[in-house]
Write a protein that binds this ligand. Structure first.
Ligand SMILES: *Cc1c(COP(=O)(O)O)cnc(C)c1O
Length: 463
């Protein structure tokens, strides 16, 4: 039976079901964009439209720019799909999800060598950004308590950090009115310097942020040296300036790759640590974690008690409702992988990163800025100016959907352009070989284009 498009609404439901998907009237016109349509459409049709549009997003597995998980085991995906309906804030309705959250906090405290893993306090968040806000607020509150006890002004708090901090720390400063004091990059140093950081501290310093796994080049910052510097300064002045470690990317890497490295609660002045469960915690977005050294580090008046979900619920968070599935998946990863599994995954990511960086270093035009031996993240620069820039190479790599970003370094080294690869679980050695072949192919192309002008800036997202 043949139908004209206009007949379609007169079709009986069972006939409508027969319509070939892409011959349906809805799929033969543009999708509604900025105004909600008046009528309904079939679920199949609507989901096809959305799915098809999203093909233009590309394949997340080829996104080597992001730190965030793009692969999980089928069992984990299933588990997440079964727990999509859980709102983690409803701790009274979903007490077992709340229990899993607490178990994760304790496992993290233990993994980070908390002297009081039993008596620890912490929570899940939507990601490290929220975790950093909470940790920063706790620093600010504790500082205020110390200053008030001494009868001193609490008008001008500041926080000391490297110029390479992730944008969430600049947000923290602006949103909560704290003066940022940044240690600038210097020459080939793109991370904080312990001596310079301590020099920037004064009695209004709420804390020093040290990063395990700099976003810019994957390097670890010298937490132990900062701890020693503060030990001296605090002993001399009585200021008690603490450290917060932003281990968004490194929190799950260091304990397995460099277990001997002292960066965590083994160090006296490290009072809180955050990590992104959705980075090397190996969960899909979004889940983050923040853990305090002991209960006393989290000021009580930051905690709210609500009773309108039933029961008395203490909460310390910026958001209220949040998906519980990620927490279930985090706990799944913990018990599925154990320390051994995490160690093997981190080592395999690092081996792939070292292999890739070694091959890239051999290609000729590039020099490594880092090689992926801290977290499995590394970046490189051009040895000298030539007829292509790293922005050009990034553009070329997009031809086959690889996302390998080029960007400028932080203040004082904004002249330096680097290109970075984040090796994640799910990026196999075979894919690494394919990527290397593509880079070599593009280099050949550039070499054949004598006189071409290199592009000076990156492409921006345009709507
Ligand atoms: C990714 C990252 C953040 C932000 O984490 P989200 O989980 O994306 O909110 C903060 N700090 C560092 C060092 C990071 O790498």
């Amino acid at each position: 039976m043949l139908h004209k498009k206009s007949d379609i609404h007169e079709l009986k439901p069972d006939q409508l079901m027969l319509t070939p998907t892409y011959a349906s009237s809805e799929l033969n016109k543009a999708a509604p964009k900025y105004k909600m349509p008046e009528g309904e459409m079939l679920p199949r049709t609507a989901s096809e439209i959305v799915r098809d549009e999203l093909m233009l997003d590309g394949n997340s597995r080829l996104n080597l720019a992001t730190f965030v998980s793009t692969w999980m085991e089928p069992e984990a995906r299933e588990l997440m799909a079964e727990t999509f309906d859980k709102n983690m804030i409803d701790k009274d309705e979903y007490p077992q999800t709340a229990e899993l959250e607490m178990r994760c906090v304790h496992m993290l405290a233990d993994m980070w060598n908390s002297p009081e893993a039993e008596n620890t306090i912490g929570c899940s968040t939507i990601g490290s950004s929220e975790a950093c806000m909470l940790a920063g607020l706790a620093l600010k509150w504790k500082w205020r308590e110390r200053m008030q006890a001494k009868g001193k002004s609490t008008d001008r708090p500041n926080i000391v950090m490297g110029a390479n901090v992730q944008v969430c720390w600049h947000k923290f400063c602006r949103y909560w009115d704290v003066e940022p004091r940044c240690v600038p990059c210097e020459g080939d140093r793109f991370i904080i310097d312990a001596g310079e950081a301590v020099k920037l501290c004064d009695e209004n310093t709420i804390g020093v942020v040290v990063i395990m796994g700099s976003t810019m080049d994957g390097r670890y910052e010298p937490v132990k040296e900062v701890n020693e510097g503060l030990e001296g300064l605090n002993a001399e002045t009585g200021w008690e300036i603490p450290i917060h470690v932003d281990a968004a990317s490194g929190g799950f890497a260091v304990p397995f790759l460099q277990p001997e490295l002292e960066w965590d609660f083994r160090l006296k002045w490290v009072k809180s640590i955050n990590t992104s469960g959705h980075k090397y915690g190996l969960v899909y977005p979004g889940v983050g974690w923040v853990v305090w050294r002991d209960v006393g580090e989290l000021p009580e008046d930051l905690i709210f008690n609500v009773n309108y979900l039933g029961g008395q619920m203490p909460t310390f968070a910026l958001s209220f409702s949040r998906p519980g599935a990620q927490i279930c998946a985090q706990y799944y990863n913990f018990i599925r992988l154990g320390r051994e599994g995490y160690r093997r995954i981190m080592e395999s990511c690092r081996d792939t990163a070292l292999h890739l960086s070694g091959e890239i270093a051999k290609m000729g035009p590039f020099e490594l800025v880092s090689d992926g031996s801290d977290i499995p993240v590394f970046c490189w620069k051009l040895k000298k100016e030539t007829n292509f820039s790293l922005f050009d190479l990034a553009d070329k790599l997009r031809d086959r959907s690889w996302l390998v970003p080029a960007y400028t370094m932080p203040p004082n080294r904004e002249d330096l352009v680097v290109q970075r690869i984040v090796v994640k679980h799910g990026f196999s050695r075979d894919m690494a070989c394919l990527l290397l072949d593509d880079i070599r192919r593009h280099l050949k192309h550039f070499a054949s284009q004598a006189g071409r002008t290199p592009k000076k800036t990156g492409s921006h997202f345009h709507h």
